[in-house]
Design a protein around this ligand. Sequence first.
Ligand code: ATP
Ligand code: MG
Length: 568
Amino acid sequence: MKTPKPKNTAHPPNFIGNIIAEDLRANKYDGRVHTRFPPEPNGYLHIGHAKSICLNFGLAAENGGLCNLRFDDTNPSKEELEYVESIMEDVRWLGFDWGDRLFYASDYFEQLYEHAVQLIKDGKAYVCELSTREIREYRGALTEPGKDSPYRTRSIEENLDLFERMRAGEFEDGSHVLRAKIDMASPNLNMRDPVIYRILRAEHHRTGNKWCIYPMYDFTHCLSDSIEGITHSICTLEFEDHRPLYDWFLYELKLYHPQQIEFARLNLSYTVMSKRMLLELVDQGYVNGWDDPRMPTISGLRRRGYTPESIRDFCQRIGVAKRDSMVDIALLEHSVREDLNKRAPRVMGVLRPLRVVIDNYPEDQVEELDALNNPENPSMGSRKVPFSRLLYIEGDDFLEDPPKKFFRLAPRREVRLRYAYFIKCVGVVKDEQTGEVVELHCTIDPETRGGWAPDGRKVKATLHWVSAAHSIEAEVRLYDHLFLRANPSDEREGGDFKRYLNPNSLETLTSCRVEPGLKGATPGSRYQFERLGYFCVDSVDSSDEALVFNRTVTLRDTWAKIKKAENR
Ligand code: ATP
Ligand code: MG
């Protein structure tokens, strides 16, 4: 089965697409394009992985090729089944399908072992008994060559015997390693006799206790690509210096040879993108799990209300480059805003309710007023919202003593209630002790039903509102950037990235009021709360009894603003 193509995955031309096009013209791999996405199951996927997923699956789909999902599971001490399952869920949710091509590097352990034996037989690998520390010392530095290990000259027979005994469990963890015999004076440190097998007694989530030796990443990765017939092995820039080693293994073993191509990883402002750091935030309780809506993980973004379409759109906009850079998180927010603007039904919800009594409205009267579900998309129709004498409006839409530029409600001022009436504030009730405004008295102009005055008079503000008796209570969680610094993990700064955590990244409001139509709203469904932003029913904590919303993003588009300023 060919890799199917979700709607918006076409990439603008990029250098990798150009390489593939050139290879297709030259018929380099018999016209095949076969990529793979190779996560290590040691954490949840983040938005950086989404870039790689869109790129690998996207390039395959655009070129009539295939893309595999392969777990690079060679490090049993850090890997778990939970991660494997979450990764599959996230790739599927993003809209990609690996068909019947789900693979695990651990499926190749036997083959990899045979390849290692072959290297020994060819005099290209040896068993070394230096400690980890000694191996590091012998390796030398960028400016000085390394020193040969005293075990480098062992005979092939002795190496074969020792390697077999490593596998059989005769030696302690860490006491022996298998190393490639390349060049201790190579200017590339990766080529100074890298370790290719180590002894590690750890239960593997797939192979159990079958193995006590495990292949290293560099050795495993190129051979797995080769076994699967990958044509273009796309990876991030930090592997550029590993490419000579990748090529060396395949050349020495005379195996089918995919081409490794490196691209710049995604860095996003005001967050961190390394699984090690994300795990630290989860383990130490700085966030509520991998799917905390503040996390840059796919599961966090999903719970926050992001759509797969918006993430694919974002990945397309950022493009693919050969140089590292930092992408403004405002662009990600812009992508979801654009998507939800077209799709999310609009509703009214009040986050910080202020009671309003309509003095000239009968106590027992209720009107059902027409409200549009999405003015941008008339096909989404309309709904009825109840209006009555007792309402709630947003607390910060009223000021008793407004400054010049404040056009919302104030004493003696008239404003519009969306889809309802013009109202005028005629009285203010305050808490005697605190002086806080607790209730407003207003009157409506009955002639303005629907929100328009027949005499053509204008008002300067339109407020959202709900009917007190009909509205339902909800909890709303407002999120801000997880970090205060654009680049919290900048190594030049030194120190711990966690000191830049934003202490106000989550604000929980528990007595919000939303319109009655939201009763029983499905977890995961998304709405625009008029004037406030996009909100998503929380998929974990929300229930029919207690509605919980996450704010996905506000309506203020800082990205569009930046772009406008740049073009001026
Ligand atoms: P991390 O550094 O976050 O721990 P990783 O590179 O170790 O990530 P892997 O599971 O090995 O994570 O990554 C799987 C694939 O995703 C690799 O091909 C890797 O190059 C790619 N990838 C990881 N992080 C990013 C990123 N920030 N931008 C683009 N691609 C990424
Ligand atoms: Mg990795």
